[in-house]
Design a protein around this ligand. Structure first.
Ligand code: NAP
Length: 337
């Protein structure tokens, strides 16, 4: 195993603004041997997530920042090529925090086996993985949507937003998505079954939401922050719930985050605004995956992945998230299945 070459992206500087190739070193070293209780995993697919931008910043967060000189943190799916733990066998398909590299050595207890017969492998990093679980727990645990309520979701065509809107439809809600561009808006309505969509790049969001949500917004699932959050806050109903899942419009300038101006709408409407991190729900992941898989089997949950090839393209491919150039869950394919 020591002879296997492992290409790795290491963070060498804390990015300012948009992440760049020069923030990383792309180097090769031997893959190494797994120790007791560990497995060596051939990474096949990497999950590229908006949160990765935050992990590169110094300072306190829900996880420690990626250290300077360390392999860039990333979720991934791969195949076990050597194991020193009875829980994993060579050939098992697993997901875990593999990092941006060809091979990862991880503790077996930090890897989750998936059944490759159940779905195309990239889906375990999307609707049946972390983003799907984020939608499930954020919407249902915090949003508590009730039948007939109006749910608004931003970044609606993305990995989390697409699942969120579809779960809200399963719960009998009227669902309005916000997305960038006519293709994504058509997709969420025609393919995913949202009731309506607002193209925030080409429409007046306030006017469109007023028209599409005449009674106001009961649940707002926020993935973007900034101006769109402020508009949604100004349209809340009595006892509305605002879920702070993410704020992608703000991630590239953490020193100057635009906070909500219209927060007094929470007071006036006895409304709730609550943030969360999906990892908090780790003990309940099995419940979430079972529900998501059930809806998928029943044809009520559709998913789409946007797959780019080549580990070497990592910094450029990651940028796509912040330009809205991904259409579905953004995935980097590192090796052939
Ligand atoms: P995604 O939605 O698949 O991709 C990101 C999308 O954000 C882009 O495609 C783009 O879509 C939109 N976007 C980018 N810049 C924007 C801007 N300035 N204003 C408005 N929209 C912008 O990504 P994802 O993985 O599903 O993540 C969505 C959100 O959920 C992120 O904020 C992420 O941090 C958050 N998240 C939170 C948790 C948690 O535990 N709380 C877990 C996972 C993800 P358009 O083309 O429509 O603009």
């Amino acid at each position: 195993m020591a002879s296997l070459e492992n290409r790795q992206f290491k963070l060498i500087t804390r990015p300012v603004g948009m992440v760049k190739r020069s923030d990383f070193e792309f180097a090769t070293s031997p893959a190494g041997e797994p120790g007791p209780g560990e497995a060596l995993v051939r990474v096949l697919y990497l999950s590229l997530d908006p949160a990765m931008r935050g992990w590169m910043n110094a300072g306190r967060s829900y996880v420690a920042p990626v250290g300077i000189g360390d392999v860039m943190r990333a979720g991934g799916l791969g195949r076990v090529v050597a194991s020193n733990d009875p829980a994993l066998a060579v050939g098992d398909t697993v997901v875990g925090m593999t990092g941006v590299q060809d091979y990862a050595i991880l503790k077996a207890k930090d890897l989750t086996k998936v059944d490759p017969r159940l779905a195309p492998l990239p889906r375990f990093l999307g609707a049946l993985g972390m983003p799907g679980l984020t939608a499930y727990f954020g919407l249902l645990d915090i949003g508590k949507p009730k039948e007939g309520e109006t749910v608004v979701v931003s970044a609606a065509a993305g990995a989390v937003g697409a699942v969120t809107g579809q779960i809200a439809r399963v719960k009998g809600c009227r669902v309005v998505g916000i997305a960038g561009g006519p293709d994504k808006c058509r997709y969420v309505v025609d393919e995913l079954g949202f009731d309506a969509a607002v193209d925030y790049k080409n429409e007046d969001v306030r006017a469109a939401l007023s028209r599409l949500c005449p009674k106001g917004i009961d649940v707002y699932f926020d993935n973007v922050g900034g101006e769109i959050l402020d508009i949604a806050l100004s349209m809340l109903t009595y006892q509305a719930r605002v879920i702070i899942c993410g704020a992608i419009s703000q991630y590239n300038h953490p020193e100057a985050i635009q906070g909500p101006r219209n927060y007094l709408s929470l007071l006036v409407n006895h409304a709730l605004m609550e943030g969360f991190v999906v990892f908090h729900y780790a003990a309940r992941y099995a419940e979430g995956v079972q529900a998501l898989a059930g809806w998928m089997l029943a044809g009520k949950l559709k998913a789409r992945e946007d797959i780019f090839k080549g580990l070497e393209t990592f910094p450029d491919t990651l940028q796509k998230l912040f330009r809205g150039e991904n259409f579905g869950k953004l995935i980097l394919q590192v090796a052939d299945e």
